[in-house]
Design a protein. Structure first.
Length: 288
């Protein structure tokens, strides 16, 4: 079997186009322009790239982008004061504080200071609780993007066996909740899971989000499984030469899977597209 390639780049471009149309209607019919504030503390190179891309795509979708870059020495109190200002600003409908934060800051405290209605990351404890209890919530962007790709590929997910590898708050846990919400039988596996290949072999759906390059190999998969690779790992291929690879060994997995997301060009582009969609959702809910 040779797997179908799930093209996240094309799918995400479709979402962004629909977001842009929605933004145009909001402006023409209601005089409102959705605004997204992104806060970056410190100079982490990967975070700088993400934040730049978020800002560019926010503007391309016709929305307002507010970027706040703070030095790594900023105090937690100053960051909390900025969050409060953004909470109170009616032009700001979505707030994202880029993680990780410097070590002297309590990330939970900062995230939970964001107005839950503006928490477009879906990381606020109130949104986490709402998602876990099946209430309307802001949903974290990466797992939301994965769910969209799965629904597009498989239609109803009801009754399917899903294995999520990785238990992070950003991807693994909310992914498990979303799959449960779509009536999958969900296993949330992690670094301590015993006989992981055997666990993965049961799955109709595999979501890999562990940050270990090429960990999942084709012999772990049930033939025809749908594989969503959330990993973005930069590996050195030769001295001074690097390449992005996922958590799944693409070549061996593609021989067994029914469908698979590539890295890059799979889940990655979906995250920003879902962030823009969440910002429009937050704006519409604020408008009433
Ligand atoms: N760092 C890595 N991924 C994310 C994300 O989805 N949101 C935020 N705020 N920070 C991140």
């Amino acid at each position: 079997m040779t797997a179908a390639i799930i093209d996240g780049k094309v799918f995400a471009a479709g979402i962004r186009a629909r977001v842009a149309e929605h933004v145009t209607r909001l402006r023409q019919e209601h005089g409102i322009t959705p605004g997204l504030a992104v806060v970056l503390v410190g100079e982490d190179p990967a975070s700088q790239v993400y934040v730049r891309n978020k800002g560019r795509m926010t503007v391309e979708a016709g929305m307002q982008s507010f970027e706040h870059r703070l030095s790594a020495e900023t105090s937690e109190a100053d960051l909390l004061a900025l969050v409060q200002r953004l909470n109170a600003d009616p032009a700001v409908h979505g707030i994202l504080v880029q993680l990780p934060l410097p070590g002297h800051m309590n990330a939970d405290l900062v995230i939970n200071a964001i107005d839950p209605a503006k928490d477009v990351d879906g990381f606020h404890i109130s949104n986490v609780g709402r998602l876990g209890t099946g209430q309307k919530a802001m949903v974290p962007c990466t797992p939301l993007g994965c769910l969209m790709l799965l629904r597009d590929r498989l239609g109803s997910l009801s009754g399917l066996d899903a294995v999520v590898i990785g238990r992070s708050n950003i991807v693994g846990k909310p992914m498990a909740q979303l799959l449960l919400g779509d009536s999958c039988t969900v296993t949330l596996a992690h670094s301590r899971t015993r006989d992981l290949p055997q666990v993965v072999r049961r799955a109709d759906i595999v979501v890999a989000a562990v940050g270990r390059p090429g960990m999942v190999t084709g012999d772990w998969l049930k033939p025809g499984a749908t594989v969503i690779d959330v990993g973005i790992n930069r590996i050195e291929t030769a001295p001074g030469e690097t390449r992005l690879v996922g958590d799944c060994d693409f070549d061996s997995c593609a021989k067994v899977a029914g469908a698979i997301t590539p890295v890059p060009g799979g889940v990655g582009p979906m995250t920003i597209a879902c962030l823009l969609a969440n910002t429009v959702t937050a704006c519409c809910r604020a408008k009433g």
